[in-house]
Design a binder for this molecule. Structure first.
Ligand code: HEM
Length: 376
């Protein structure tokens, strides 16, 4: 009834005429398939709005493609097995153990001020999820709450169990790795695949050397914040190659698409292509050119023309962490090495992997690496 991943994406392998309509989908077009809609279609599930676990007594009668909460075919969710076997148990125990230690620290009055991810999980476990919108984000009050038993009698709080908490940790784990590593791969590609890119690579190396020297030979947190060109390089990479190419939303009112006869109804799930908006020349002149310096004027842009981390209340929760991690990775690499693209293995222009869940290079980014000789 409630598939967590409501849609799956595929590429069409041949032209397809949608039966009973005049609509045709061309070959090689990315499409989204709504699992939610299929699983609530009364053709396949009589009384689809009714919660009836016993319909699974006859599940062998169904076609594979009418019930697919974990997707279907070769791209079937790799987590399907994962959720069932011992890896899941490992992850769950791991989260439980860390949280126990933190709770003990908080009870002793030691760990309540961290404010990190585990702190948030402990908070969730203690108080549950408020059934209404949470308005209070005052940190001191949250820490007070941790020490109280306020939620035990309050019916407006719903319990959150260990599985829910382990799922949050798992989401962080998966959302946090591939995205940042893709960002770094794309940045290395841009800095090593063209004459312009290599010039920028040299400018970044000068900036990194200067800041490291000012900070006594170390890469520091504050130093990373002073590497402005490095930051612009990452921003421009995220414009050209946003790892999460689309975001999903529900429409809150009917909307007529300007200049067309198309109307989107209220309450419809839609996908917004970040990639398309960020390559629109109305917003970014010469959109195909890698030009970090366009970020010198970034205050002139509207929020909704540049949004590699999404926008609004569902904005990526890992944005700051991701940017800090990427700055550190790139600065550490460029401080020591010089990079050139291995064009035999990596095509220019870059090809994307059509089957990847997030935007990723088709055959990786292969680089020739040389130790840098620094100026004294
Ligand atoms: C370059 C790296 C990253 C990019 C480009 C990225 C991009 C995004 C985007 C576009 C969204 C959807 C936002 C929306 O719908 O408006 C999102 C959501 C999310 N991201 Fe990231 N992300 C990155 C790194 C991370 C990291 C490092 C973490 C965790 C440590 C993370 C955790 C999450 C989570 C938990 C959500 C769901 C937030 C929610 O639904 O409220 N992301 N991310």
């Amino acid at each position: 009834m409630h598939p967590p991943a409501g849609t799956i994406s595929r590429f069409t392998v041949e032209d397809y005429q949608i039966p009973g309509t005049s609509l045709k989908i061309d070959k090689n077009i990315p499409i989204f398939i709504s699992i939610s809609a299929i699983q609530r279609d009364e053709k396949f599930f009589p009384r689809p709005e009714q919660f009836d676990p016993d319909r699974f007594l006859q599940k062998d009668q169904w076609n594979h493609f009418t019930y697919m909460p974990f997707g279907e075919g070769p791209r079937l969710c790799i987590g399907l097995k994962f959720t069932m076997d011992e890896s899941y148990v490992f992850f769950r125990n791991f989260v439980q153990e860390i949280m126990k230690k933190r709770e003990e620290a908080i009870d002793k009055g030691e760990g309540s001020g961290y404010g990190d991810f585990i702190h948030q999980l402990v908070l969730l476990k203690k108080r549950g999820i408020k059934r209404e919108e949470i308005k209070n984000d005052d940190e001191d009050e949250e820490n007070e709450f941790l020490k109280s038993d306020a939620n035990e009698t309050d019916v407006s709080w719903a319990n959150v169990d260990l599985d829910d908490l382990a799922a949050q940790a798992m989401l962080f784990f998966s959302a946090g790795f591939e995205t940042t590593s893709s960002l770094l791969s794309f940045a290395m590609f841009e800095l090593s695949s063209s004459k312009n890119g290599k010039q920028i690579q040299r400018r970044v190396a000068e900036e990194v050397d200067k800041v490291i020297k000012e900070d006594g030979g170390m890469i520091t947190y504050d130093g990373l914040k002073r590497m402005h060109l490095l930051d612009r390089v990452l921003n421009e990479t995220l414009r050209l190659h946003p790892p999460a190419g689309t975001i999903s939303r529900f429409t809150v009112e009917d909307y007529q698409i300007p200049g067309t006869s198309l109307k989107i109804d209220k309450n419809i799930p839609i996908f917004i292509s970040i990639s398309a908006i960020q390559r629109d020349e109305k917003f970014f002149p010469r959109p195909e050119q890698f030009d970090p310096d366009r970020f010198l004027q970034k205050d002139q842009w509207n929020h909704f023309t540049y949004m590699p981390f999404g926008e609004g209340p569902r904005l990526c929760i890992g944005q700051r962490f991701a940017m800090m991690q990427a700055r550190l990775g790139l600065a550490a690499l460029i401080s020591k090495f010089e990079f050139d693209l291995c064009t035999k293995k990596t095509p220019v222009p870059l090809k994307y992997n059509k089957k990847a869940f997030i935007l990723a290079p088709q055959s990786g980014v292969w680089l020739k690496t040389k130790l840098r000789r620094k100026k004294k």
